[in-house]
Design a protein around this ligand. Structure first.
Ligand SMILES: Nc1nc2c(ncn2[C@@H]2O[C@H](COP(=O)(O)OP(=O)(O)OP(=O)(O)O)[C@@H](O)[C@H]2O)c(=O)[nH]1
Ligand SMILES: [Mg+2]
Length: 475
């Protein structure tokens, strides 16, 4: 998603940077290229026009042209405008105090409603809610079974009702939720191939019957800007509160995602990026804009890592990591977390320029396995005190792991580099480092717990710290 657009925009910026000072013609040329790139990404024409006009106007302002780093200023302007196109605020799911809250999903056939319903349920469950999934798609015999199976995977109950009348099912589901103490009801409705009267009437009837707090339209990101017409039709007939962009992991050009907010005025609330229940995230316009512009998305990565961490670190581990006294056992823990957030690929993608690097070379996910095998053939002493691993120990470890001494050397080198990197991060965050004397400070870095502290080396970072880290990484 966005790969092509991202490359094109970054090329434009590279061109501007190579120029030093910019003339009006340089800006005009750059804007032409940006316009083309957006149109090729299938972004709605009106959106492109508005976007380019705004960027051009701001870029031509005298202080941009006369500044010492005009290209950088243009990048900043593009970032701001792109963020504005995607929506100016984070668009959280708005829940009310009513029990149960009803969330209804609508959308065309195959857009990803049923999948999104289960992912949303999973997410809400993790946040402490107890959701009830409702199969209100009565036309396809397998529809309820599909939801039931997805619900089973995440241990969320699926309500099927009489399996005949969608309105009656929705109403019965709300009663069931009250009886069984579920605080959120998620209704999966039937899709149609095209927008038709029957579908709209049915959605409108369910809406009237159960008055959902939120109606979310699920949109297949692969549809491109055509989705805008569908959304407009829904907006007119049933109205909806926000959009779930599904299949963002595909290789679509991204036009739909970039057009929908501006054209319909409805915010994107979630994006779905794969088949796993966890591949469902809140949508953050600025982070997405940064991703498109190749600036990385460290914040999302850290959030993912937080969710994956499960408070796995022991108090002792956390303290040791906070002081950058890494051991090979910590390396195993880190490996486990990297796997949980989707492997080295997702890690790389989140770093500035990472997406490009990913495109250039292959990522060898097998490297994690290799690392682990090598670490497992170390003695306990060697793992905790890597400095004792001399030549003969390296040979023994290599033999035990069935690898070359070269591989062991490389792992040790990597280990040293990681340790240095952690020290560097601490300089940015001002955390840890001191070791003794800070040990007793509770509620700080050494505390066992979830959140940012559970990610090795990133103990208790604030948004400003993260910005620093991101800058550091992009050096
Ligand atoms: N790669 C990818 N596939 C997805 C995603 N979301 C859904 N799918 C797949 O898309 C197909 C359709 O998804 P469903 O959730 O069944 O779509 P639906 O809107 O419920 O379809 P109908 O009930 O027929 O209207 C399934 O094969 C899903 O596995 C996603 O985010 N990424
Ligand atoms: Mg479905």
């Amino acid at each position: 998603m966005f790969d092509n657009l991202s490359d094109r925009l970054q090329d434009v910026f590279a061109g501007l940077r190579s120029k030093g000072r910019l003339s009006e013609t340089d800006i005009e040329d750059a804007m032409r290229e940006i316009r083309l790139a957006l149109l090729e990404a299938d972004v709605n024409f009106r959106v492109v026009k508005k976007f380019v006009t705004a960027v051009k106007e701001k870029s031509l302002e005298a202080d941009v042209l006369s500044s010492l780093t005009p290209a950088q200023n243009v990048v900043k302007i593009v970032l701001d405008e792109l963020t504005a196109v995607l929506g100016t605020t984070d668009s959280k799911l708005a829940l009310s105090s009513r029990i149960p809250n009803v969330i209804m999903l609508v959308g065309l056939q195959g857009s990803g409603k049923t999948t999104a319903a289960s992912k949303l349920a999973y997410r809400l469950k993790r946040e402490g809610h107890s959701p009830l999934l409702v199969a209100a798609d009565v036309y396809r015999p397998a529809a309820a079974d599909q939801l039931e199976s997805l619900g089973g995977d995440i241990e969320v109950k699926v309500f099927r009702g009489d399996g005949v009348n969608p309105v009656a099912i929705a109403q019965a589901a709300v009663r069931e939720a009250i009886d069984t103490l579920k605080d959120i009801v998620i209704i999966d409705t039937a899709g149609r191939l095209h927008v038709d009267e029957e579908m709209m009437n049915e959605a409108a009837a369910i809406k009237k019957a159960v008055k959902p707090e939120q109606i979310l339209m699920v949109v297949d990101a692969m549809t491109g800007q055509d989705v805008v017409n569908v959304a407009a039709a829904f907006a007119e007939r049933v109205d909806f509160d926000g959009v779930i962009m599904a299949k963002m992991d595909g290789d679509a050009r991204g036009g739909g995602a970039l057009s929908i907010r501006e054209v319909t005025g409805k915010p994107i609330k979630f994006i779905s990026e794969g088949e796993k229940p966890t591949s469902f995230e809140e949508f953050h316009p600025e982070r997405m804009a940064k991703r498109i512009l190749g600036m990385g998305d460290v914040v999302s990565l850290i959030e993912k890592a937080q969710q994956a961490a499960d408070a796995e670190l022991s108090e002792e581990e956390a303290e040791r990591m906070a002081r950058a006294e890494l051991t090979f056992d910590d390396f195993l823990t880190i490996n486990k977390q990297v796997r949980k957030i989707g492997g080295i690929g997702s890690l790389l993608k989140a770093l500035p320029g990472g997406e490009k690097a990913l495109g250039a070379g292959q990522v060898d996910e097998g490297i994690l396995d290799k690392m682990e095998v090598i670490i497992y053939s170390m003695t306990k002493m060697e793992r905790t005190k890597p400095s004792i691993i001399n030549g003969s120990r390296r040979q023994r470890i290599a033999q035990g792991a069935g690898v070359q001494v070269f591989d062991v050397n490389q792992l040790i080198k990597q280990f040293e580099e990681t340790r240095k990197m952690m020290k560097k991060m601490q300089l940015v965050t001002g955390q840890g480092g001191g070791g003794k004397g800070k040990k007793g400070k509770k509620g700080g870095k050494g505390r066992k717990g979830r959140g940012l502290r559970s990610l090795p080396g990133l103990g208790g970072m604030s948004p400003t710290d993260l910005k620093g880290l991101s800058d550091l990484l992009s050096d």
